[in-house]
Structure formats: C-alpha cells, structure tokens
Ligand binder design. Sequence first.
Ligand code: VTB
Ligand code: MG
Ligand code: MG
Length: 334
Amino acid sequence: MDRTLIQELLEVVEQAAIASARLTGLGQKDEADAAAVEAMRQRMSSIQMQGRIVIGEGERDEAPMLYIGEEVGSGTGPGVDFAVDPCEGTNLCANAQDGSMAVLAASDRGGLFNAPDFYMKKLAVPPAAKGKVDIRKSATENIKILSDCLGIAISDLVIVVMDRARHKGLISEIRGLGARVKPISDGDVQAAIACGFAGTGTHCLMGIGAAPEGVISAAALRCLGAHFQGQLVYDPAVAMTSEWADYTKEGNIARLNEMGIIDIDKVYEAEELASGANVAFAGSGITNGLLFKGVQFERDCTRTSSLVISSLDKSARFTDTIHIKDNAQSIMLR
Ligand code: VTB
Ligand code: MG
Ligand code: MG
C-alpha cells in the first residue's frame, strides 16, 4: 500500500456515498445499498492493485458484487485486502437519519481478520484509556476507569449503546452509575470511531453489534491509537435477535468451529482484528453524522465530507470535496 492508493480510497468512499445518498429518505434500503456497492466496485476497478474482498456483502453465491473472496482492482500492483461496507446503516439512509456512511478498511495481504457473519460484543474508548479498560470487566468498572483516564466526571461521560432488547440491562447499569447513554438505532461503526476523537461528544461504545463492522471499526481505531476490543457472540439468548430465531447456541458454535474459530470466547484486540503492517480506513458521510456531513446535492456540484485514517503516515484527514459538474456556473459556498 502506498499514499497514492490511500488517496484513491477516499474517492472510492466518496463515490459510494454519492450513489446511495441519491436514495436518502426514499425508504429504499436495499436499493441504497445496491447503489453504493455498484459505485464502490466501479471506482475500485480502476485502481492499480490486486485487491481482494475479505469482508463484504456476503458469500459469493448470495452477493452479486463485493462478495467475500472477490478480486477487485486492475489486477496488477500491490496486494490489498479490503473490509467494505458501502452503505453502513442502510436503515438510516432510507429514513434520512444521521449516521449512515460509506466505509472501508484496507490492509496489506492478510492484515484484516476474516470475521464471520456473527455478532460481536464491542468496547471502544479514546487513546487516553487504551489498555486500561477491558471488555472482560463490568461496564461499571470500565466507566470508572474511563472517567479517571479522561479526567471527565462520570456524569459527563456519553456512552453509545445500540438500542436493542439485549442491552436493557447494560443501559440501566450505565444510567444507574450516573453516566449518560446515547442509544442509537444503527451504525455502531461511526459511534466507535467517534470515540477516537475528542469533541465528538462520544466517549465510549459498549454492547453488541455485528462482527464484520467490528473489524472496520478496529482498523480505524488502531490507526488512531485508540482502544477497541471485540468478542464474538454466538448465543442467541445473548444476541436476542430475530435474525437468529432458528439458530441454536450449539449450532452456532459448530459453525464457528467449521470456520476454524476454536477459541470461541477469545477477546480480540484492535491490533489482532487489523493486524497488517499498513492499515487504512476511509469513510464518507451519506447522511450527516458525528464525524462528517452527509452528501449535499447542489445545482453545479455535489459536496462530500469524508475521513481517511492511515497508519502509513500516521494521519487522520477530514476532507470536504466539491465535485464540480460539467458546465458549472458557480460552486460558491452558500
Ligand atoms: C449492526 C451494527 C451496524 O446494523 O450490524 C446492526 O453493527 C444490525 O444489528 O452498524 P441487529 O441485527 O441487531 O439489528 C448496523 O446498525 C448497520 O449496519
Ligand atoms: Mg452493508
Ligand atoms: Mg453495516
């Protein structure tokens, strides 16, 4: 991976964001997803690389594009592995709610954990508390540690938790301690990454979301020197999701074992989920969010707002881009 490639990754997520943003608010989540997938793949195809999708839209037979194992890019050049989520938060996009974005993580070959399509318990906090909090500890313990490390009173800490039945107990534990809970309906990638930056009003992400999304979050947070840990969830009684209505704990464990995951309770550190020598994250807002604005369509231009984080030059770049249309008369800021 080199810096030119990283620059192209910005354009990849910008194009995906623009494509699905055209469907924002139309109540068409699958269409918004498909548009982002198509645009992301299209822009990737012109990059000089031997790209490979490690985390994508699904298995080869169930996803037409950006499926796991698909080769992307021109076919010559450096070998790059990708974890992609072209429209992370499809419901948010369909309902014109905050927090939807086009995202990907990239790494040298073999540098991203091949996460199964399972749930994952997650803990994300700012760099100042990295390695001090631990997902094996209780929420209460971690919040106290977080307060000490950040120098912020417990009553001023904002903990993001996905608004799900499985988090009922967690939410009352946090509130019982006097910290604030910010429930989100979707989009825990953005919430996790927001913990890597001061001033986003987000100090911690706790709770269970999807495992593939965990890898993308880990890639960004590893580059930022922030804390991320993940632990796979395989018990339907813990996940409490209709997705797993027909699944059993034993069946899920067997599925994990088949995929080569034997230590099913392993706690994965950010550096294990995104282990490559070089790792990068790129995200672009579809709707407004904690990190950047959503796409804005103007008469003469389209504006995007994005973030690229790279371990290559240890940087996090917030980029606003004006994509100028042909025959544009004015692209002035209004
Ligand atoms: C999770 C979360 C994602 O979808 O995957 C969620 O990590 C789905 O969780 O950010 P449920 O099955 O519990 O609804 C997102 O919110 C959006 O992709
Ligand atoms: Mg997706
Ligand atoms: Mg997603």
